[in-house]
Ligand binder design. Structure first.
Ligand SMILES: O=C(O)CCC(=O)C(=O)O
Length: 402
């Protein structure tokens, strides 16, 4: 119990005890005691302590409900495989509740090799596009998968980190990971339902020589942080509403920029700020996956090596309840969307919302849709990082139509 809460309880007990013990005690004294207790209750410090305790209590209740369901799944498991999976899910869910994250050895050597091979052209595509855009001459080096320090910068906020959005449009190599039954069962255990959504599938690579990322949480995107215009955000902590993952395509070592994190910070209120001194590096071999509550403070460390890549696949999940009733993306034709007033198409989901939500490949949805209509379905895989001749042709065609 926090010291503010202890003080509050002590005062209330003291007030009650005084009143009953003294029997016919002076009503003026009682009133003074009560006034003192009320003053304490109203202090911001005590109100915050009480609020935090309530939130932690709600969070605990939510976890216990999920745990009960998972225990039922374990009790109903028939085969050894089902029992092993159910018990791993229970264990991971508990660790994510108590420390904020869990690490699983997910991919065996064969699946890891398939993922590496399938992702290689995607990472090289980013390098090539960047080299073309900035006139880099280190083409051979980039082609070989050895990024020139500082050459790859596709993340909006982190210098020298390759951030590849929309991976599922670019390769089929990640399908096998995203559809993994064990991974999906853990996500369901954390979010409390089998029905969840993949919010994004990105790939990242802090290039050799890149600096460290700033500590952050990943659950700000659903509008839980302060909103633009000063609307207050959720003070937290709350039940998990974002469950994120980082799969190690290469070994995560202290030198290559392993993720650092603050265990336990998933249960902190929003007002508590992270300190670098509290972080721990998450060293894990390739093929492992870290699954974590979006409230956990974490960040990529600096890659201090000269040429060792530390690639990762990031699958980010959210519950399925926060979505429109009508599926406008499927049920309204694309040309109709383009012909609408932009305010309306924006309301239907074709607007880049705050915190970069709803962006196809990090771009403005309507611009993307215009280019897509010219280039045709199937071109999505290269519309993100590839500033190719096809894009130039599409732009020229659009200009002609205008
Ligand atoms: O690559 C990592 O270790 C973390 C990446 C991350 O948190 C981000 O890009 O937001």
């Amino acid at each position: 119990m926090s010291s503010a809460n202890r003080r509050l309880r002590a005062t209330l007990c003291h007030t009650a005890a005084t009143r009953s013990y003294a029997g016919a005690s002076d009503s003026g004294e009682q009133a003074a005691d009560i006034a003192k207790a009320l003053e304490l209750v109203r202090s911001p410090e005590v109100r915050e302590a009480v609020r935090l305790e309530q939130r932690l209590h709600e969070r605990e209740l939510n976890y216990r409900l999920r745990r009960d369901q998972l225990q039922q799944v374990l009790a109903a498991a028939e085969t050894v495989h089902e029992q092993k999976q159910a018990s791993t899910v229970l264990d991971c869910t508990e660790r994510i509740h108590t420390q904020g994250f869990a690490v699983l050895p997910l991919l065996d050597a064969e699946r890891l090799a398939a993922l590496r091979d399938g992702m290689a052209p995607v990472f090289h595509g980013v390098a090539r596009a960047h080299a073309r855009k900035f006139g880099t001459t280190a083409q051979g080096e980039l082609e070989a998968g050895v990024a020139n320090p500082g050459d790859i910068n596709y993340h909006r906020s982190v210098p020298h980190t390759a951030n590849i959005a929309n991976v599922l449009a670019k390769t089929r190599a990640a399908d096998n990971v995203a559809a993994d039954p064990l991974l999906r069962a853990v996500i369901a255990g954390v979010l409390g339902s089998d029905s969840f959504q993949l919010s994004c599938c990105h790939a990242k690579c802090p290039s050799p020589g890149c600096g460290q990322q700033g500590l952050h949480r990943d659950d700000g995107a659903p509008g839980l942080f302060e909103l633009p215009g000063g609307m207050p955000g959720d003070p937290g902590p709350h039940r998990p509403v974002v469950c994120n993952t980082l799969l190690a395509i290469d070994d995560f070592t202290a030198e290559t920029g392993a993720t650092r994190l603050i265990p336990g910070s998933q249960a902190w209120p929003r007002s508590r700020k992270p300190r670098e001194d509290d972080t721990e590096p998450l060293v894990m071999p390739a093929g492992s996956i870290m699954i974590f509550d979006g409230q956990l403070y974490h960040a990529a460390c600096a890659n201090t090596t000269e040429k060792t890549l530390r690639r990762t696949l990031c699958l980010n999940y959210i519950p399925d309840w926060c979505r429109p009733i009508d599926n406008h993306f499927l049920s309204i034709g694309r040309q109709t969307i383009l012909d609408m007033p932009p305010e309306l198409s924006g309301d239907l989901g074709y607007r880049e919302s705050s915190r970069n939500l709803g962006t196809p490949d990090d771009q403005n949805p309507l611009d993307y849709l215009r280019r897509l209509l010219v280039r045709g379905d199937g071109s999505q895989g290269s519309m993100g990082f590839d500033t190719s001749d096809e894009d130039a042709a599409a732009e020229a065609e659009l200009a002609r139509r205008d």
